[in-house]
Design a protein around this ligand. Structure first.
Ligand SMILES: *Cc1c(COP(=O)(O)O)cnc(C)c1O
Length: 443
C-alpha cells in the first residue's frame, strides 16, 4: 500500500500530466482571430455579414431552433431573454437555489424577484415539486438551470408552466450540446441562454453569450435590446431609431470568430469527453461513500462540472465524522495527490448577501415593488450538497484528458485504501456549523 502524498509519499498524478488545460487553443483559433482583425468587421452592428451573424446561424442549426442572437455574455443573455418575454417589475421568477450567481441576478436586472426552489439531491437540477410549491399569483416565469451539464427535468417543468401560463427560460450556460429526449438544450423552453465564457464547454477567448429561441418575436426583441433598441440588419441602412429600451450588449466579432473556430471542433471534443469522463466515474462509483454524477436514460450529460458528494457512514467512517469534515479531509489529501478538487459553490443562492440584504435598485427594488415578495425559506437539499460535495472543473474538458483522469481514479482508489487517515483527520476537525466549513478555509 503506497504512502499518501499528504504524509510524504509520491503524488499519484505526475506533474507533466497536470499541464492538460482548458480551453485548448490551436493555430486555427489564432488564424480565426487574425482573420477578423484583417476583415475590417470589428463590430456586429454592421450592414455586412460578420462572424457574429455566422456564429448565430451555425449555433441555431446546432441547437435545432430557428433563431440565435449573439450578446456580450451569458448573464446578459439571461437578462435579455427575460426582458424579451416581458418579465418585469413585480414579477416573480422561480430559480434553483443551487446555481451560478448570474441565474439569481438576471431576474433582478429586470426588476423581477427571484424565488428560489430547492434542487434534486442526485441530479442537482431544480426539483419540479419545489417549483410547483413556489408558484404564486405573481409568478411569471421558471428558469431551470442545466446545472453542470445535465438537463433539468424539462417535461415536468414545461407541464407546470403550461398549466399556470408561465414562460420558461433555460439557463444552458453549462450544458452546450446536452440532449433531453433526443432534443438539444436551448430548444426545450421558450427562450434559452448560453455563455461562451472562456471556461465553458464552447469557449471564446474571453466573454460572450448566445440566446436561442423558436419564437421570432422574442428573437427580434433580444436583438433590439442588445443594440440601443435599433433595427440593424445586414444589407439595410441603419435608421438610428430606437424602437424599444435598449442597451449595448453586442457580441464582439473577435470573440465570435474564436468561438466559431472552437465550434468546428466542438463535436470532436464532446465525443472525447463522452469517452474519457465516464471511465473515471465508473471507477469512482465502485468506492463506498461517493455519489458520482451520471447521465439519465432520457438525458445526456455535457460533464461541464463533475460534482461528488461524500457520505461518511456509507464509507464506513466512525459515527462522529460529519460530511463537511470528511469533505475537508478528502479535499486536502486528494489535492496533495494532484487531484485539483475544489468546493463550489460556497453557499446556495438564497444565502448570497445580495439576496439576504435585498440590495437591488434604489430603495430595495424589486423586492419593495412586489409587496408580497416571498419570505426566505429553507433549502435543505441545497445546503446539504454545498456542505458535503467537491467538484472537478476545466481540465477534464480537454479532449486529451483521458490519461490524467485515469491517474485521478488511481488517486481516489489510493486514498480509499487509507480511509483510516481520513477518519483521523476528519475526527480531529472540530465539526463546524452546517454551511460554514470551508467558507473559512476559502476566505
Ligand atoms: C457562466 C454561467 C452564467 C453566466 O455566464 P457569463 O457568460 O459568465 O455571464 C449563467 N448561468 C450559469 C449556470 C453559468 O454557469
Amino acid at each position: 500500500m503506497s504512502k499518501l502524498a499528504v504524509l510524504g509519499g509520491a503524488p499519484t498524478v505526475p506533474r507533466e500530466l497536470r499541464k492538460v488545460e482548458w480551453p485548448v487553443i490551436t493555430d486555427d483559433d489564432r488564424a480565426a482571430v487574425l482573420q477578423v482583425l484583417d476583415s475590417g468587421q470589428l463590430v456586429s452592428n454592421s450592414d455586412q455579414e460578420t462572424t457574429v451573424s455566422v456564429l448565430e446561424r451555425r449555433w441555431a442549426e446546432q441547437v435545432g431552433v430557428a433563431h440565435c442572437v449573439g450578446v456580450s455574455n451569458g448573464t446578459t443573455a439571461l437578462s435579455l431573454s427575460l426582458a424579451a418575454l416581458g418579465i418585469g417589475p413585480g414579477d416573480e421568477v422561480i430559480v434553483p437555489a443551487l446555481s451560478f450567481i448570474a441565474s439569481g441576478l438576471a431576474p433582478v436586472h429586470q426588476m423581477a424577484v427571484p424565488v428560489f426552489a430547492d434542487i434534486d439531491p442526485v441530479t442537482f437540477t431544480i426539483d419540479p415539486g419545489e417549483v410547483a410549491a413556489r408558484i404564486t399569483p405573481r409568478t411569471a416565469a421558471i428558469m431551470p438551470v442545466h446545472l453542470h451539464g445535465l438537463p433539468a427535468e424539462m417535461d415536468a417543468i414545461n407541464d407546470i408552466a403550461r398549466r399556470h401560463g408561465l414562460a420558461v427560460i433555460e439557463d444552458a450556460a453549462q450544458a452546450h450540446g446536452a440532449t433531453y429526449n433526443g432534443r438539444r438544450v436551448g430548444s426545450l423552453g421558450d427562450v434559452a441562454a448560453f455563455s461562451l465564457q472562456v471556461t465553458k464547454n464552447l469557449p471564446t477567448c474571453g466573454e460572450g453569450g448566445l440566446v436561442t429561441t423558436g419564437d421570432a418575436g422574442a428573437a427580434e426583441r433580444v436583438r433590439l435590446a442588445r443594440q440601443f433598441g435599433e433595427v440593424i440588419e445586414p444589407g439595410k441602412a441603419r435608421d438610428y431609431v430606437s424602437y424599444s429600451l435598449g442597451w449595448n450588449s453586442k457580441l464582439n466579432p473577435v470573440q465570435a470568430g474564436f468561438a466559431l473556430a472552437q465550434l468546428d471542433r466542438f463535436e470532436r471534443y464532446e465525443a472525447r469527453r463522452q469517452a474519457n469522463v465516464p471511465k473515471l466515474l465508473d471507477r469512482l462509483r465502485r468506492l463506498p461513500g461517493i455519489q458520482v454524477p451520471s447521465a439519465l436514460p432520457h438525458a445526456s450529460h455535457a460533464w461541464h462540472i463533475l460534482r461528488f458528494r461524500f457520505d461518511p457512514a456509507a464509507a464506513g467512517l466512525p459515527a462522529g465524522v460529519t460530511a463537511p469534515a470528511m469533505r475537508s479531509a478528502l479535499r486536502r489529501v486528494l489535492r496533495a495527490e494532484g487531484v485539483p478538487l475544489s468546493q463550489y459553490q460556497l453557499m446556495g443562492l438564497p444565502e448570497q448577501k445580495v439576496f439576504v440584504d435585498r440590495t437591488g435598485f434604489g430603495r430595495g427594488y424589486p423586492w419593495t415593488v412586489a409587496s408580497a415578495a416571498p419570505e426566505p425559506r429553507d433549502y435543505p437539499v441545497t445546503r446539504a450538497v454545498v456542505d458535503d460535495s467537491l467538484t472537478l472543473q476545466k481540465r477534464h474538458l480537454n479532449p486529451d484528458a483521458g490519461p490524467l483522469l485515469e491517474r485521478y481514479a488511481d488517486a481516489f482508489e489510493k486514498v480509499w485504501e487509507h480511509l483510516d487517515v481520513i477518519a483521523r483527520m476528519a475526527g480531529s476537525v472540530e465539526a463546524p456549523p452546517a454551511g460554514s466549513s470551508e467558507r473559512r478555509e476559502a476566505a
